[in-house]
Design a protein around this ligand. Sequence first.
Ligand code: ADP
Ligand code: ZN
Ligand code: MG
Length: 279
Amino acid sequence: HEVHLVYTRLRTEERMLADALRARGFGVRTHADSELVLPLSRERWQDGGPVLMRSMSFTRARYLASILEVKGSRVLNTAQCIATCGDKALTTLALARAEVPIPWAFVGFEEEACVAQMQERGFPVVTKPVLGSWGRMVARVDGVHAAEGMMSMRFEMGGAQDHVALVQQYIDKPGYDLRVYVIGKAVGGMRRRSEHWVTNTARGAVPERYEVPESHARLAEQAARAVGGELVAVDLLETRTGEVMVNEINHCVEFARSIEFTGIPLPELMADYVRETLR
Ligand code: ADP
Ligand code: ZN
Ligand code: MG
C-alpha cells in the first residue's frame, strides 16, 4: 500500500511521519496542498490509498479531506473531525453534546449583547477567534472596558466569517495546562508550563513530561470520541483545585518542539495506527 501525505510544509513532523511509515513497509507519496487541484467528483484519487492530512491550513485541510472522502480515500483525520476541531465553537459544542466537562462558553454576534453577557457572567473571561492556533489572538478580558474594545474589534475587523465572538470562562490554571495525545487511545501527554497564562509552546511555554492519570486519559478519549478524532491532541485545563476540563482538540498533531521532552514516540504510534486501520 501507498500512504499519501498531504502537507503545507515538510516540517520535522511530516518528515518523521514519513520515515515511520516507510519503516513499516509503506510507500509514502507526499503532496503539497498548494499544488492540488482536485475535480469535485467520485473519480478515484491516485491509487485510492489512505491519506494522512497534514495541511497546516484549516481551509485546505477541510476541503481536501471532504473531496478525498467522496473519492473513496480513507482520510486521517476524517473531514468531519477536521471541520469540528478546526472551529473552536463547533468543538466546544460537540464536547457539550457529549457531556464532556468544559469551561462555560457562549457565542454571540454583536458587541452590545456580548459585553452584556460577559458582565452578567463576571470577569475575567477569555475570547479567541473560532479559527486559529498557536495562541494567536487569544485574549483575557479583565473588565468591561477591555471587553468593549475587544468586541468592537471582533465585529468591525475582518470579513463576515470573522464576525462571531467565542467567549469562555477564564480558568485560573496552576502555571500550566495539559495535553493528552490520543492516537486511537490515550498514549501519553505533556504539561506546558509558563509564567504567562497562555501556555502554547509556540509562545515559549516549556514542555514537561507528564504521567497521564487514568482519569485524564479517559477524559481525553471521551473528548476525542466526541469529535471523531483518531489522531488528536486534547488540551486540558486544570484548575487550582484539581478540576479538569477540555479546552480544545488539535487535529494536526504537532510535536517537533516537545518530543525530546516527552519521549513519546508519536510518529511511530501514528504510523502504527495507520497500519492497524488498514487491516
Ligand atoms: P490555540 O488553538 O491558539 O492553542 P487555545 O484555546 O488552546 O488556542 O488557547 C491557547 C492557550 O491559552 C491555552 O493553551 C491556555 O494556556 C490558554 N487559555 C485558552 N483558553 C483559556 C481559558 N478559558 N482559561 C485559561 N487559559 C486559557
Ligand atoms: Zn489549537
Ligand atoms: Mg491550544
